[in-house]
Design a protein around this ligand. Sequence first.
Ligand code: PLP
Length: 429
Amino acid sequence: MCLPLCSGGPFSFLKRPAFFFEPKSQGHSMISALMPNYNRADLAFERGEGAWLYTVDGRRFLDFGSGIATSSVGHNNPHLVAAIAQQAQRVMHVSNLYRVPQAERLAERLVANSFADSAFFCNSGAEANEGLIKMIRRAQAKSGHPGRTRIICFNGAFHGRTLATLSATGNPKYLDGFGPRVEGFDHVPLNNMNAVRDVISAETAGILIEPVQGESGIHVADFRFMRELRAACDEYGLFLGVDEVQCGMGRTGRLFAYEWSEITPDILSTAKGIAGGFPMGAVLTTETIAKHMTPGSHGTTFGGGPLACAAANAVLDIVLAPGFLEGVRARAAQLDEGFDRLSATYPDIFAGRRGLGLLLGLKCKADVALVQDAAMHEGMLSVTAGDNVLRLLPPLTVTQADCSQALTMLEGAARRLRAHMAAQAETVA
Ligand code: PLP
């Protein structure tokens, strides 16, 4: 039996619990033990099942955030849980001083199902992008172009929080206080080929693009633009890199989002959903680049360990199963239709949808934080993105019934918010 979702007024999730603001005084320390670098909602989950999460105090929520596009095969997925448990009982970590059969199998499967010839495994999206940047530079340097070090990136991109990936991201908001920025990244507007061509120089090594920008508001790169980038890379001897940390591993209804534009990149980073919630990242690339990554050139202690690779192999079993990606596309079509209906019925709250597959955005007319909070009060979790967009990222295993319920909850949220805004307008008048 679930407790009522809301105990503290219509938008109480926006009020952060007191312990976030009132640090416990320990000796001279006035800071909370857990570093205050996140803005957390007042929810603590104890378990999950499929697309549902259950709080420690007995409430249940439909998870349309998936831990930011990460719990790709749902919570407590029996195949994934069994793979992790079995591997943990055998051996968790050996280091890359030895062969790791689980990593060899995973690499072979990823190579067989993509443009790539070779895979490198690491632990996060930022680390995958660091690897990608290093590999592009090294391949240029080792093939006679040491002066080619710069990478063209796009306004609105998000590539991670390490120093180089922050500089590739380019957004001053994330760099605040962390300067100086790492040199070597040029930023141009998305979907503008003239701007790209204008910035290509003798120092350019490659281009890095998210086929679907997640953080900045679910902006899909035009398929034609992707093809033009490929052509420019071929023309100037540049490497085309795609950041599929968020949009890869089935999220858009294809194993990788670049497939939609019918191009092949030279190098790809992925992470988030790759191991269904177990921390992991990967770089996939061609022999032309990978042949320069000789022993000792790059590495990581935890990357490609038996446990993470067992998890990722289990996720691949599910995502590559016949009909699975068709199912993702069918759920996406169901949600697209529902979002169009919601946008038409509540034009004061929603202003249309964006996205590809189950990487979806609802552009909001009302403040997106209020929409997210109202949805939470209806029992649904979502993630905000830039440009006042509500990001909806259900597990790829989400059911038709879950999607119907999500649409009902969003409708409830729109009504709740409408009533709230009307009451506010009355108070002002
Ligand atoms: N690249 C993209 C497109 C992302 O969305 C993210 C994270 O949101 C990253 C890179 C960084 O990944 P991580 O947080 O795993 O370092």
